[in-house]
Design a protein around this ligand. Structure first.
Ligand code: FES
Length: 161
């Protein structure tokens, strides 16, 4: 074996090593990318589907808060369901339900919303956002990953069992 052969094989070895390290780096980056692309929400948590419970457990005319899901479930007097996001449509403060006044209230700038989420008192520019509801096997399922903005309440937004 000549000196030139040794140099060539050393160069080839370095090329091979650099190639292997590059391939390893690409694999690591792919793995990290896949990890970060995984959905971050689990069933039952905000961003996923929350099982609010059996239809029968919500009397018509009731409003029930689900703090972990960040919504209020409204069972309208006619039997339809609405799930409103507990985030004010003005600047995003958390609203509360004031049963004695039959409205939602935002403590930040005093917007209020009716029992169906319509603006009663600005500065909120539009009705409370909605989450999609499906009723399956008598259970009210609220998809907190699907938010619908609306100007005002209309009866076609209600979901029936
Ligand atoms: S954030 Fe609710 S009124 Fe301003």
């Amino acid at each position: 074996m000549t000196t030139q052969d040794n140099n060539l094989s050393r160069r080839d070895f370095l090329k091979l090593g650099i190639g292997a390290l590059s391939a390893l780096a690409v694999l690591e980056m792919s793995g990290v990318s896949l990890f970060f692309m995984q959905p971050r929400t689990l069933e039952g948590e905000f961003g996923g589907i929350v099982n609010a419970g059996p239809v029968d457990s919500f009397p018509a005319g009731s409003v029930v808060e689900f703090p972990d899901g960040r919504f209020f479930l409204i069972h309208a007097p006619d039997g339809g369901f609405l799930a409103v996001y507990s985030r004010c449509t003005h600047l995003g403060c958390t609203i509360s339900w004031e049963a004695d006044k039959n409205h939602f209230f935002c403590p930040c700038h005093a917007s209020s919303f009716s029992a169906t989420g319509d603006v009663q008192n600005p500065p909120a520019p539009r009705a409370l956002d909605l989450f999609a509801i499906t009723i399956t096997d008598g259970q009210v399922l609220v998809d907190t990953g699907r938010i619908t903005q609306r100007d005002r309440f209309t009866t076609d937004q209600l979901t029936y069992a």
